[in-house]
Design a protein around this ligand. Structure first.
Ligand code: GAP
Length: 447
């Protein structure tokens, strides 16, 4: 694996962003747990997404459907058919299994053994429901969040009196029994999706497709992804998802190559008309004038939380040979830095007493910490040299560090240091909250 990915993975584990799930029992392949910093980063990412969806002049409503999904829903959506199958190949010698499109030739990439003929493999995860255990009571963990929106289309339109065009947005867990989970949190078996389904007149669907593609790209740029690191790939017909009449992948330039982080799909009326057919319910939309009924088309934007989070981590991750913050113990080391956007940074402010053996300085630092803590996610750190502590904060992407020193005791002011520029300024404690509010404002989560 690329060295930079190894460094990101080890930082994530060492600092408590991401752990292999159930590690004390040997873990579960393709499943991860998120520690304090990872959970906060995820929360911020989702909040930024919700912000784009809900705070605009368009009508978009939130939704939260169940994860457990009856078989009929997935028969209607096509997920129980060939559309949601991967080709699997197995090595006849070591019995390792691979996605067919990830191996070249007929030899096993692990042991060189002969590969068997590819077989179809459905990616859905079955769950027995109730106590009988027979196949009739089998449900599935949803493979995408959106089916819960489509089967509720009638409920949504009638309770909200929603008028086309409108969107329904949802964030939640999805599950896929991936043959070969890989690249850290890029491809996992349990993940979260942020999906928005935009219901519109069929004739307007091309216009809305372009609109949403642009909107989604601008979201990544605003959160700090460089234009050069994103590209848009039109997916040819034969490679599209089974429901898509047009599909564009938004790809990020990961250290292991260009990979999809989000899909923008024109699903046509695939879902609503199939659910109508299978359920017998009329899921057509009645135009407000009452003169015509039609099946709306759906433009979908769908992004994996963890995949996006990984892209933001790769974008923010910076290695400085020799370090930026010169201290006697550190100037030969490599320094790691996360230049995360302020809205995404899990911890916003670090509070540091210059020394910890002077009770008056420590007392004052704790007062400052108490002052700021109700307003921003803060961390207090008194262990180690001041340079080391700045580096610890930089490594987890804290945008601002506040230092309380001997002058603070005389003048009631502190130093505020910017993570990216390392510039420091002196500020009176009485003005600190207002200044931090100003610096942390202008992030995309402000209305
Ligand atoms: N509802 C449409 C849909 O699910 P998709 O292209 O299959 O479309 C959308 O998935 C996004 O979900 C992907 O672009 C990716 O970000 C994320 N995703 C899909 N499978 C994933 C997996 N196994 N692990 C992590 N993220 C995944």
């Amino acid at each position: 694996m690329e060295k930079v990915i190894q460094n990101i993975m080890s930082l994530c584990k060492r600092r408590g962003f991401i752990f292999p799930s159930a590690e004390i029992y040997g873990g579960l392949n393709g499943v991860y747990d998120y520690g304090y910093l990872g959970a906060e980063l995820k929360k911020n990412l989702k909040q930024a997404w919700w912000h784009q969806m809900l705070f605009s002049d368009l009508d978009i409503f939130s939704f939260d459907a169940a994860v457990l999904t009856p078989k009929k829903v997935l028969q209607a959506s096509g997920h129980l058919g060939a559309g949601f199958e991967d080709k699997l190949v197995e090595c006849k010698s070591c019995h390792k299994r691979f996605k067919a499109d990830e191996v070249q030739g007929s030899k096993c990439p692990e042991c060189g053994g002969e590969l068997a003929e590819p077989k179809n493999f459905n990616l859905m995860m079955k769950v027995p429901i109730g106590v009988t255990g027979d196949t009739a009571s089998m449900a599935y963990l949803r493979p995408e969040t959106c089916q819960g929106i489509f089967v509720n289309f009638k409920n949504i339109v009638s309770t909200l009196r929603a008028k086309i065009p409108f969107g329904v947005a949802q964030v939640g867990k999805s599950f896929r029994n991936e043959i070969n989970p890989k690249n850290f949190v890029f491809r996992t078996r349990e993940f979260e999706q942020m999906e928005m389904e935009w219901f519109c007149e069929p004739i307007q669907s091309d216009k809305w497709f372009d609109y949403w593609l642009e909107k989604r790209l601008s979201w990544y740029y605003k959160l700090g992804i460089k234009k050069d690191n994103l590209r848009v790939q039109e997916v040819p017909k034969e490679e599209r998802a089974h429901y898509a009449i047009r599909q564009v992948d938004i790809e990020y330039s990961f250290p292991f190559g260009w990979k999809e982080i989000e899909g923008v799909h024109n699903r046509g009326d695939w879902d609503l008309s199939n659910h109508s057919k299978f359920s017998g319910e009329n899921l057509k939309y009645l135009a407000p004038e009452g003169d015509r009924e039609f099946s709306p088309y759906v433009i979908e934007t769908s992004v994996g939380v963890e995949r996006a989070l990984f892209a933001f981590l790769c974008e923010a991750f910076t290695q400085v040979e020799g370090g930026r913050t010169k201290t006697t113990e550190s100037n030969k080391e490599v320094e790691f830095l996360l230049r995360l956007h302020k809205s995404l940074a899990p911890v916003k402010v670090l509070v540091l007493p210059l020394v910890r053996n002077k009770p008056e300085v420590v007392k004052k630092a704790k007062e400052v910490y108490k002052l700021l803590k109700p307003h921003f996610l803060c961390q207090y750190d008194e262990k180690g040299s001041i340079g080391r502590r700045y580096r610890r904060g930089d490594e987890i992407g804290v945008p601002f560090s506040i230092t309380i020193d001997f002058d603070t005791l005389k003048r009631d002011d502190v130093t505020i240091r910017d993570r990216d520029t390392m510039k420091q300024e002196r500020i009176k404690i009485k003005n600190l909250l207002a200044l931090l509010n100003k610096y942390l404002k202008g992030t995309i989560n402000d209305k």
